[in-house]
Design a protein around this ligand. Structure first.
Ligand SMILES: [Zn+2]
Length: 627
């Protein structure tokens, strides 16, 4: 038995049946009724001493039967909480109660949960059911609560690895980071961190706009061995950061992937969609649905600001990045605080309708790795107010001339932001009351937003709690089938929000194909268009588009083309500079990536001039030693 568990058991009464790890947490199981109900005090004492989280749960022998427990829960939880589902994790003595109103189910000061625990000996957990039903969230919850004990064993294995050298002796320290993708480019983000103890991957994305050879990060470098990776950390669910994660499991990776809960749910959804899109384009997808399942089984979800050991010498904390639902900046405390690294990934340093702005205060910081999508001095973005007015103006003009206004959106982030802008504009009478269609992934992602209001801006959170959010307002009409899509294309003037954001496959490309040759219609780009994508080409004035297929189609581009940079989920140049100004503590080194080469270099030279801090713009495949 690992030392730390022995140390804990020595301090407890003999009533403990077993002790094991759940990732970085320690769980002890007791079959002694009295100790289960009154042992908290004793456990807290030990927690204070060893500074690790310990949970006390009932051993199997103590648990009340499933049927009886269900009965008790239904009797104890008020009807107004609206129970949707009760899921048992029998291996871990946990019961998850999915409800519409978590506050009511928990009770004042947690009194209802306490009563459930005392009557059934199960540990109750309350989860919120989305205001809009989400198949993916349901499916994931079922994967996590299956009967087999695989997950319990897996979590225990992670813990053993983390505590392998509890109170380790001092040895040589070094930290290196390699850029396997996303350096001097946007797309295929993938960073590889190595210490004498740990090998950790930060993000693993696909560049969907790139040609085949450049789609994927350099996972074929000699020092990268999938079997020796300790952990994968995903910053947020955009394909260029999370798209290749299921593929790692296909390759045989069986370690943990850390992310926030929304990132897990949306990531799984995007991966599923990626498989669908691949088949539509007649390419064999890189991974199968079973690989996504495996990924979910190995996921460990963390909240913002929750500090967790992930290997013997690395401690992870996620901070809000303000970019998409659940998007995180990744903070790593390495070698007991010897070196602290912040990987911002994609972030926004301004408030939006959907999210709060990114965090800029950290406990400690030596190296900052920052994105630079809008890093050049030309990338001063118009204000959000101006940008919103422009969007409304374009839509109004299109509707007036009896056209259709197409807005390709990234299903995750931009779509919900645009929905909120349009919703407000209609309510204020700034837009006519025409149908607003939502097609592609948007609807499912929006549903996930309603499941995790704690990750949203405070105003949107309140709207969701009161069931007054634009997402459930009835203003938006979901397009669910090809038949319905046909009706939209042949119908009256309207607004269409559709994925993908860069016209690379998906519903937006199909609408574009049908709407492009009519100058009454318009297309408005509101997010970054990757190099080589159809969106980028149209943005830059492409006159006709060839659509390959059984019968090649050539479509002239006559519709109005507009770009609004100010609605992006990325920090503009000014936000990047003010973020580095505001960041605390001041880093000693800044590494610039996730930007086209000229933009990254431009930002680096400005930051150096302003702060006299060492800056570095690595290329893909380069390795930097941080210590
Ligand atoms: Zn992103």
């Amino acid at each position: 038995m690992p030392d730390i568990l022995k140390t804990i058991l020595e301090q407890l009464p003999k009533a403990i049946e077993s002790a094991n790890f759940e990732g970085a947490n320690i769980v002890i199981y007791t079959a002694d009724k009295d100790f289960f109900l009154s042992g908290e005090e004793k456990v807290r004492e030990i927690v204070n001493k060893i500074k690790k989280r310990i949970e006390l749960r009932a051993a199997k022998a103590l648990l009340v039967t499933l049927d009886e427990t269900k009965k008790q829960i239904l009797a104890l939880v008020p009807k107004e909480a609206e129970i949707q589902n009760i899921l048992f994790d029998e291996q871990r003595s946990i019961v998850a109660i999915e409800v519409k109103k978590p506050g009511i189910a928990i009770g004042r000061g947690g009194e209802i949960l306490k009563a459930i625990k005392e009557k059934t000996f199960w540990i109750p957990q309350v989860i919120r059911s989305p205001a809009i039903k989400s198949k993916i969230t349901e499916a994931i919850r079922h994967v996590l609560y299956v009967k087999e004990d695989y997950r319990k064993k897996f979590l225990n294995k992670i813990g053993k690895r983390i505590y392998k050298e509890w109170s380790p002796e001092k040895k040589e320290e070094w930290i290196r980071i390699s850029f396997l993708g996303g350096a001097r480019q946007v797309g295929r983000s993938c960073l590889f961190l190595q210490t004498p103890e740990s090998k950790i991957l930060l993000d693993c994305g696909i560049d969907i706009a790139a040609s085949n050879a450049e789609k994927f990060p350099y996972l074929n470098v000699p020092e990268f061995d999938i079997k020796s990776i300790d952990a994968v950390i995903i910053s947020h669910a955009h394909l260029d950061h999370s798209g290749l994660l299921p593929y790692l499991y296909r390759l045989g990776y069986r370690g943990p992937c850390y992310m926030t809960t929304p990132t897990r749910d949306i990531g799984a959804l995007l991966a599923l969609d990626y498989i669908g899109v691949s088949y539509k384009q007649a390419v064999t997808p890189l991974y199968k649905i079973s690989d996504i399942n495996t990924m979910v089984k190995h996921s460990i979800d963390l909240n913002y600001n929750e500090v967790t050991d992930i290997t013997p010498d690395v401690r992870l904390t996620f901070y809000n990045a303000g970019h998409t639902l659940g998007s995180s900046m990744i903070h790593l405390n390495i070698s007991n605080g010897l070196h602290n690294l912040l990987y911002t990934s994609d972030f926004k340093f301004a408030r939006t309708h959907v999210l709060e702005l990114a965090t800029c205060k950290f406990p400690r910081l030596e190296t900052l790795i920052i994105e630079s999508t809008y890093g050049s001095r030309q990338d001063i973005l118009p204000t959000r107010h101006e940008s919103e007015e422009i969007l409304i103006k374009i839509i109004n003009k299109t509707i007036k001339q009896k056209g259709k206004a197409l807005v390709p959106v990234l299903g995750v982030g931009r779509a919900q932001e645009v929905m909120m802008i349009v919703d407000a504009a209609v309510k204020q009478g700034k837009l006519p009351n025409v149908p607003i269609y939502v097609d592609g992934l948007v609807w499912d992602v929006t549903a996930i937003h309603t499941a995790y209001p704690e990750f949203l801006s405070s105003s949107l959170r309140t709207q969701i709690f009161q069931d007054k959010s634009p997402f459930t307002s009835g203003l938006f009409k979901r397009v669910g089938s090809p038949q319905e899509r046909r009706e939209v294309i042949e119908g009256k003037p309207c607004i269409i929000l559709a994925t993908s954001g860069m016209l690379v496959g998906g519903a937006s490309q199909e609408y574009f194909k049908e709407l492009a040759d009519n100058k009454k219609n318009s297309i408005t780009f509101v997010s970054y268009q990757g190099k080589g994508s159809l969106g980028r080409q149209v943005q830059e004035g492409l006159k006709e588009v060839r659509f390959p297929g059984e019968k090649e189609e050539i479509v002239p581009v006559k519709l109005e083309v507009a770009t609004i940079d100010g609605l992006t989920g990325h920090a503009g140049r000014n936000e990047l500079l003010s973020f580095v100004n505001a960041i605390s503590p001041t880093p000693r080194k800044i590494i610039i990536q996730h930007g086209e080469q000229s933009k990254s270099l431009d930002l680096a030279s400005t930051l150096y001039k302003l702060h006299k801090i060492e800056t570095n713009v690595p290329r893909n495949l380069e390795t930097l030693r941080l210590r």
